[in-house]
Design a protein around this ligand. Sequence first.
Ligand SMILES: Nc1ncnc2c1ncn2[C@@H]1O[C@H](COP(=O)(O)OP(=O)(O)OP(=O)(O)O)[C@@H](O)[C@H]1O
Length: 283
Amino acid sequence: MSTDPGRAPVLSVRDLRVRIGRSRILQGVGFDVAPTGTTALLGRNGVGKTTTVRSVLGLLPEDGRITAGTVVLGGTDVTGHRTHTVVRRGVGYVPEDRGVFGGLTVAENLALAERGGGPHHYDLVHDLFPELKARRRQRAGTLSGGQQQMVALARALLNDNRLVIVDEPTKGLAPRVVTEVAEALERAAERVPLLLVEQNLAVVRRLARDAVVLDAGRTVHTGDAGELLADRDRTTALLGVGRRGNAPATAPGRGTGPGRTPPGERAAEAGKAAEKARKETPR
Ligand SMILES: Nc1ncnc2c1ncn2[C@@H]1O[C@H](COP(=O)(O)OP(=O)(O)OP(=O)(O)O)[C@@H](O)[C@H]1O
C-alpha cells in the first residue's frame, strides 16, 4: 500500500465477514478505494455487493452483523459504527432504490439532505444537473427514473464528502438515460471519489479506474478496470459475460425475481454495448 498520505486509500476494507440471520453472506471481502476517481464493485447478482456497502455504512438489517474484519475510513476504524457516525465522517450514499422522497419537491429533497455545518454545494449540484434547478418546485415522484437518479446523486454531492457510494445507479434505466447518468457520475468523480456498484460494463468501462470483483461473498479480483474488461476470458470467468443462463449466487429467499434481468443477459448486453463503444471510440 502507498505510504504517500496524498495517495492513501479513502476506504480500506479488510477480510470483512458478515452474517445475516444464520447465513454467512460475506466471507472475506477486502479492497481499497483510491482517493480520486471511481472504483467499481462488480460481481454477478447476489454475490454480496450491496451487503458490502451496507456493512460499511452501518446499514445491515437487524439480524445482520459483522463477525470479523475491518472498515477503515480516511484512516479511522469505523467497523460496525452506526450510520450517522459514518455519514458524518463524510460518506454520501445513493442507495439502489434512490431514497428520493416522492411526495416532496426537488428543492425539499435537497434541503433535507443538507448536513449540519455545511458547506452545501448547491452551485456544483446545479452546474451538474441544470434540469434539477429548472424543476426545483416539481414533486420528485413525478420525475422520470433518470431525473430521480439525478436527485439522488445531487443529495449525496450537496455535502462535503470524502467518498460517495453509489449502488446500481443505471439499473432499470433506458439506454439514453444511462448515458446521461454516466455523464453525471463522470463529472461527479472529478470532485469526489466514488465507489460504484454497477452491472452495466459499458458504464464501468467509461468511469472506473479500479475494479473489485466479488464472488460468493469473497473478493476474487482487484486491479485496473480497463485491463480486466479488455480481458474477455477473465471477464467471462469473473462476471459471466457472454455466458448463457449463469445462475446468480442467491441464498434462499431471494432470487432474480420479477423485474430483475437475468444477470447473464444483462452482462451479455452490457458486454456487447461495451465492445461497440470500444470499437467506436478513437484511442
Ligand atoms: N436481509 C437479508 N436476509 C437474508 N439474506 C439476505 C439479506 N440481504 C441479502 N441477503 C442475501 O445475501 C446475498 C448477497 O446479497 P446482496 O444484495 O449483497 O448481493 P448483490 O451482489 O448486491 O446482488 P444484486 O446484484 O442482486 O443486488 C444474497 O444471497 C442475498 O440473498
